[in-house]
Design a protein. Structure first.
Length: 56
């Protein structure tokens, strides 16, 4: 997911938001909404959260 505020991993959703002048912290609100609506799921690997798009 890359929600790190200061240094999100390259190619993560957080890095994309940061490049667009937004804050990766927004993912803390957006991802649960997308999960609830059935657009994605998540898993955890160590400290990282992995977000997976669900194709319909």
């Amino acid at each position: 997911m890359g929600a790190s505020r200061d240094n999100p991993p390259e190619n993560s959703l957080g890095a994309i938001l940061k490049r667009e002048g937004q804050t990766p912290q927004q993912l803390s609100y957006l991802i649960p909404i997308l999960i609830d609506q059935g657009f994605c799921s998540f898993s955890k690997e160590g400290k990282a959260f992995i977000v997976n798009y669900i194709k319909k």
